[in-house]
Design a protein around this ligand. Structure first.
Ligand SMILES: Cc1cc2nc3c(=O)[nH]c(=O)nc-3n(C[C@H](O)[C@H](O)[C@H](O)COP(=O)(O)OP(=O)(O)OC[C@H]3O[C@@H](n4cnc5c(N)ncnc54)[C@H](O)[C@@H]3O)c2cc1C
Length: 495
């Protein structure tokens, strides 16, 4: 059978493109190398607890806000159980133990920070105005008919850290504002302002957890595609494109099957496209550019299972730094590990009083894992297990300083490293969010959905912005290569 659209990868990007295009009458087929769809949105269970992997909280889901409108269009609202985080402090930033609340909505955010930094009124308001304007300038954010592309921002060549420092005088406040920058693997000398702005502004608008696991989101999106007659093949890897006259005719799968399509969308890291395509079909320039781009840093996660009714449900995320500079990704020092962490309990319908589990995230440089880079998940050996145990104990000791007694609440723990992510999602070196956008090389590090192969398009976190909102916007940009963007935005905004 020949499909209208063949999508490689069933991460959020692949599933959303599949939803949009199958609704528009295209026959869609998704190929996923893992046994379950969802990529970074998959959950796993241990000791009757569910753990999210790549969706701990999300943003802008109040009525009238941007992700609310997208979720409404995708049929997610009303089906997902959502937990709004504390409006007076959805994130707490702890710098050397001194704690600051980041509150929801611009007015409360400003008022709360002014309690700690009373002399920064003008700077905070300038900062908020700028991040709001960056979002409002983008029609994929506002659904306005005046089309403006996310890549046309005048802020593309401006750094997030330097912008913050240009409007905020107090150095501690500069750090507080950037205190949740692991959300975008923030790099002090590379992260563009527009990445910081889209993410921070959207979380300030409102911040939410999905109750009972992000796999529920995957299930709804997958069911939508199947109900429209689409197909999903799991446990099969897409390995090679068969190209004639600059058009992909087939994709060859790991079981040797050939899938024929009119359009192909790749939800993978762009380097996989290079590996799947004969060199003569890819320009040397594109090849060199993709291979030379840096990826965002990977993450070590400690998953804690709590003894029943011992640890409280915390309706906020706790970001801790044991140093002054919160921009860790570019200043990573393995000797000081862990220089920071974010602690997030899992939201479930079982209890609003106690947490059954928590995830703790901190960076881990792939160089610390070089010894095992040629091994596969589950087969890395006892030395690797011991390495992870030692890291977990070290991290737990740090957490215990801020949450005294937590260890006695822990029934069991599990860990994942960037190697786990590399093997699971296929990102280079287990990068958390794919390609690192760099304001010093804005045009090189921003990948467009269109490729030189006439019927191949890219989607997902490597183009545009990562995260739930970022990938949602990417999927619309990708589909707009096949159907008209204005038509699509009208449809999304009129649901
Ligand atoms: C630790 C961590 C925590 C995060 N927390 C949050 C959060 O709290 N909030 C938030 O908004 N974002 C968060 N994110 C980011 C967010 O999860 C991702 O940006 C987003 O899910 C990426 O979606 P994607 O579709 O681009 O890619 P992926 O989820 O990586 O999906 C790619 C898919 O392609 C498949 N694939 C790859 N190669 C092939 C092949 N050759 N053949 C077939 N299939 C293939 C993979 O198996 C995978 O399923 C987090 C990320 C990480 C790493």
């Amino acid at each position: 059978m020949k499909y209208d659209v063949v999508i490689i990868g069933s991460g959020l990007g692949g599933l959303l493109c599949g939803n949009i295009l199958s609704r528009e009458g295209f026959s869609v087929c998704i190929i996923e190398k893992n046994h379950k769809p969802g990529g970074s949105l998959q959950t796993f269970g241990r000791k009757a607890c569910l753990f999210n992997t790549g969706l701990n909280y999300t943003e802008s889901l109040n009525d009238g806000q941007v992700l609310n409108q997208y979720f409404r269009y995708f049929g997610l609202l009303g089906k997902l159980k959502l937990q709004k985080l504390n409006e007076d402090g959805f994130d707490i930033i702890s710098i050397r133990g001194q704690k600051y609340k980041l509150a929801m909505n611009h007015r409360r955010y400003a008022d709360t920070l002014l309690e700690y930094f009373p002399h920064e009124k003008a700077g905070i308001s300038q900062y908020l105005e700028k991040i709001k304007n960056i979002c409002q300038a983008n029609s994929l954010y506002t659904f306005s008919n005046e089309y403006s592309n996310i890549f046309e921002f005048s802020s593309l060549g401006i750094g997030a850290a330097s912008f913050i420092a240009s409007v905020i005088k107090n150095q501690r406040l500069q750090q507080v504002i950037a205190g949740n920058n692991i959300l975008y693997a923030g790099h002090e000398n590379k992260t563009p302002l527009f990445i910081h702005a889209i993410i921070n502004n959207s979380f300030i608008d409102s911040a939410w957890r999905i109750k009972d696991g992000s796999h529920n989101l995957v299930k709804i999106l997958t069911d939508n595609i199947l109900q429209q007659g689409g197909k999903l093949f799991t446990g099969i890897k897409a390995e090679k494109f068969i190209i004639e006259k600059n058009k992909i005719q087939f994709v060859k799968l790991s079981d040797e099957a050939l899938i024929e399509g009119k359009y192909f969308i790749s939800n993978t890291h762009p380097e996989q496209i290079l590996n799947m395509t004969d060199a003569r079909n890819i320009s040397n320039m594109f090849n060199r550019r993709i291979r030379s781009l840096e990826d965002t840093m990977g993450i070590f996660t400690l998953y804690l299972v709590f003894k029943k009714n011992t640890f409280p449900y915390l309706n906020y995320n706790f970001y801790h730094y044991n140093q002054e500079n919160v921009w860790i990704a570019g200043n990573y020092d393995p000797a000081l590990w862990p220089q920071h962490y974010v602690f997030m309990v899992t939201a479930t319908s079982k209890s609003e009083t106690y947490a059954e589990s928590a995830s703790v995230l901190t960076y881990m440089d792939f160089n610390e894992l070089r010894k095992w880079e040629n091994t596969e998940t589950g087969k890395r050996g006892e030395e690797y297990e011991e390495f992870k145990r030692q890291k977990a104990e070290k991290l737990l000791a740090e957490i215990e300083i801020q949450f005294p007694g937590i260890r006695s609440c822990v029934e069991a723990y599990y860990t994942s490293t960037p190697l786990t992510w590399r093997d699971y999602t296929g990102t280079r070196a287990g990068s958390a969010y794919g390609i690192l956008k760099d304001f010093n090389r804005p045009l090189e590090s921003i990948i467009l959905p269109k490729t030189k192969i006439s019927n191949l398009f890219l989607t997902g976190q490597n183009i545009n912005v990562h995260g739930i909102l970022g990938v949602t916007i990417s999927s619309v940009l990708t589909c707009a290569e096949i159907i008209d963007l204005r038509y699509l935005l009208n449809k999304i905004s009129s649901v």
